[in-house]
Ligand binder design. Sequence first.
Ligand SMILES: O=C(O)CCC(=O)CC(=O)O
Length: 276
Amino acid sequence: MQFADINGVTLHYQLIGGPASKPVIVFANSLGTDFRIWRDVIIRLAGDFAIVTYDKRGHGLSSVGTSPYSLDDHVVDLAGLLDFLNVKNAIICGLSVGGLIAQGLYASRPDLVRALVLCDTAHKIGNAHSWNARIAALEENGIESIADTILERWFTPTFHRESSPALTGYRNMLIRQPLAGYAGTCAAIRDADLTEDAGRISVPTICIVGDQDGSTPPDVVLSMAKLIPGARYEVIKDAGHIPCVEQPEMLVAIIRAFIDEFKLEGNPILSNSTLN
Ligand SMILES: O=C(O)CCC(=O)CC(=O)O
């Protein structure tokens, strides 16, 4: 397992395949998940790319730090991790709040970003009223009290019917996140509005969404895509909010086609990287 002290917290991360002459793809997670959700995507990409996954603060094996957070806390953490790993000019794939983090990273550290894959996310997710209600419910009764409602947005009815051990596993992942980390990230999402930044994105960008996403539905993701100059937009059939779990093969096909279209080569991780 790999850990790094970044920006006052210990981050759990995983680097596969570097240093080498390969483009780097960095995956940033959604609320209430850790980097294990990317497994079925990573096994299809490893070998062709260097891959970085990490648990954002307050999630997985990373430290909680001081909660609540701002989006900037998460952005500075990711920038610090990429600096630590000597990664520059990477393809950043962000899922939901991970997509906000990816957009924030481009706004503050464009040198780190070669292209954006914005998956089931938006320039602004939800509103203050809905996030404050969620935070109040969490403070009163904990994550488990809202877990089943969240899982309905994460996965399609088919997945709920047919993927019984997996559904239980992802429910376990959700309810075992630290309460302060989960609620603190709700506050970060509530306060984040990247509407103006979206129009300034000038790297190749693709916006992807599951056709049955109950958290950031297709019309929301399309609105973001329309704000970003030249952005591509793709809908994945038979997927909810987390296509990397439900439709990894389709997600990988879309990412590969995007990389081929723009001939994204990125920078290899430098050979004097701290990883040697
Ligand atoms: O998944 C995220 O990162 C935020 C969007 C959200 O609210 C997900 C959910 O429905 O719980």
